[in-house]
Design a binder for this molecule. Sequence first.
Ligand code: GLU
Length: 330
Amino acid sequence: MTTRTPRILVLGTGGTIAGAGSGGTGTAYRPGGLSLEVLVGHLAALGLAAELVPQEIARIGSQDIGWDEWRALHAACTAALADPAVDGVIITHGTDTAEETAFLLDLTLPTHKPIVLVGAMRAADAVGADGMRNFANAVKVAGDPAAAGRGVMLVMGDAVLAARDARKAATSAIDAFRSFPRGPMARVTPSSLDWFGPAHRLGEGARYGFPESSPRVAILTAGAGMDEQPVKALLGIGCKGVVLAGMGQGNAPASVIAALAEAAASGVPVVRSTRVDEGIVDRNVEVDDDALGLVAARALGPAKARMLLMVLVANGVTDARRVQAAFDGG
Ligand code: GLU
């Protein structure tokens, strides 16, 4: 148990939680308009039992995040994990791609200290802003020794979601995130934290090396009546992997599936996920994955399937059986 006040590194990247310029009731605002120092200052004024150490990585809308920011976040988290004076890490992040950053870090960092992403759906100066509450909740989680051994987490709307399960499901509602296939790991408020189960990844090291390269992996969304030309175009620009956001259980018109099978046969791994909001994509349902060399995304939606495939390709894992094993793993 930590007996002293927890020391938490706060890595800022921008997003609505640091959004400003809404004028209280306006719609437009600038994500990342507020500096991390100011944001952390607002929180410190609440008198939470934690020492917060801010470090700004970026001040962007998370639609613009990429390998430079991910590399910086990974390096800062790695340093914090090795520093005995740091108990946990919070990353303030835009909600558009929070699930991608959270999952990338989840795949490439060990689990022995809590790492928590947090965002907001309303700008910091908007009426009814949710950012300070979410941030206070994140402090509660990152400062709890029982939060270690659970992988990277996302705190939004009084819930703690596992990185692998979290998904943005609403464009502007406060209750914007869903957790699939597992529900939330905990409920949290600024003064309470209830875990629904024991830490399931205690002592786990990083699952994969952080990508040295940034392989181009594309998501292709299936639509009724489409043909195979988009698959050919993706291979033409040098994609090293393709994620199909298919219909239903990862389906697409026959010519598209045939072109994807050709890609797989040429050594470009192809993962079938679904454009449907939620559900498992299983192997060999309507598409003969065994015969065509394709991979089923299981519970991962297209955005997270792409992230896992990029990590796998960067780590030299392209064989369909090994890629499938990574998608099967919890
Ligand atoms: N598009 C911006 C971002 O993801 C704002 C959305 C948000 O943070 O909720 O950073």
